[in-house]
Design a protein around this ligand. Structure first.
Ligand code: MBD
Ligand code: FE
Length: 282
């Protein structure tokens, strides 16, 4: 393996930062935010920082270490990782609590739009001999009143080593990323492999925080989805596997009981899951 084929925090962080910049125009959606709102949020966030400093008598050495660490998060491109791991779950919670349909969870830093179309019954793009337990997943997209919906499921997940295509070197561009489009019966059947648990890069600024605080760096194995259908709220979710050691202590706090699959192992060793999506009318 040459040096540029090694997965590093800085390389995956740079890719995630670049992806975020290229797909979203984060400021556009809030361009008309009144100063009162910005003032309120900025003052409260800074106030929480000030309170912590006073309550725990933060020293100048600690302040300077914090400053150096913040600079390092940026240099490693790890702001998307940092924010999605330690903040996004609360944003997701307050913005989806009205839903009567499927529970969702955070998007995370590794979504890429435009994954290849595989139809309603298809195999996700994968390498010849892709490692991992084969997984067949069947279900349907429906509305909260039970009506089947023609829609799309974008699915992306890590491979059997815990790496995502486009964020780790040496993996084909769209590996384990696919778009599945259902007909008017809403039904889909997807074939893929079971992903491995995911470890936050340990060699970057986020890894340094985890290390210094005595935390662990793991997320349970998960499948990411975005589910969309005309006239309905888009659902962003992740599905998990029962018995994973980190379902109860996900570093990103993104596991919900409704998102844990009930896989059934088949005689040939492959795994079958039934799981459908109920979307809220927009
Ligand atoms: C992931 O794969 C992920 O899903 C999240 C939320 C954060 C880091 C890596
Ligand atoms: Fe993930």
């Amino acid at each position: 393996m040459s040096i540029d084929e090694v997965a590093t925090a800085a390389a995956s962080g740079a890719a995630a930062t670049e992806r975020f910049h290229s797909d979203k125009s984060p400021y556009a959606a809030v361009r008309d935010t009144p100063p009162e709102r910005v003032n309120l949020l900025a003052r409260e966030i800074l106030g929480a920082v000030h309170d912590t400093i006073r309550r725990h008598h933060v020293t100048y050495d600690e302040y300077n270490a914090f400053k150096a660490w913040m600079i390092q998060v940026g240099e490693d491109g790890e702001w998307p990782l940092f924010l999605d791991v330690w903040t996004e779950h609360v944003v997701e919670d307050v913005n989806t609590s009205h839903r009567r349909g499927n529970k969702g969870t955070i998007e995370g830093p590794y979504y890429v739009p435009g994954a290849p179309e595989q139809g309603a019954d298809g195999v996700i793009p994968m390498r010849d001999g892709e490692h991992g337990t084969p997984l067949t997943w069947e279900g349907a997209i429906t509305s909260t009143d039970g009506t089947p919906l023609a829609g799309t499921i974008e699915l992306w997940h890590a491979d059997d080593d815990g790496y995502y295509s486009q964020f780790a070197p040496g993996i084909p561009e769209w590996n384990l990323r696919g778009t599945f489009t259902t007909g008017s019966d809403g039904r889909f059947r997807i074939r893929t492999i079971q992903p491995a648990p995911y470890q936050i890069p340990t060699d970057g600024a986020c890894g340094a925080l985890i290390d210094a605080a005595g935390w662990h760096s793991w997320r349970p194995a998960h499948l990411h989805v975005k589910v969309a259908a005309e006239g309905h709220e888009q659902l962003t979710a992740q599905l998990y596997f029962p018995g994973d050691a980190h379902n109860d202590d996900d570093i990103a706090d993104a596991v919900k009981p409704e998102l844990i699959l009930a896989p059934v192992t088949q005689p040939d060793g492959s795994v079958h899951v039934d799981y459908g999506f109920v979307l809220d009318p927009a």
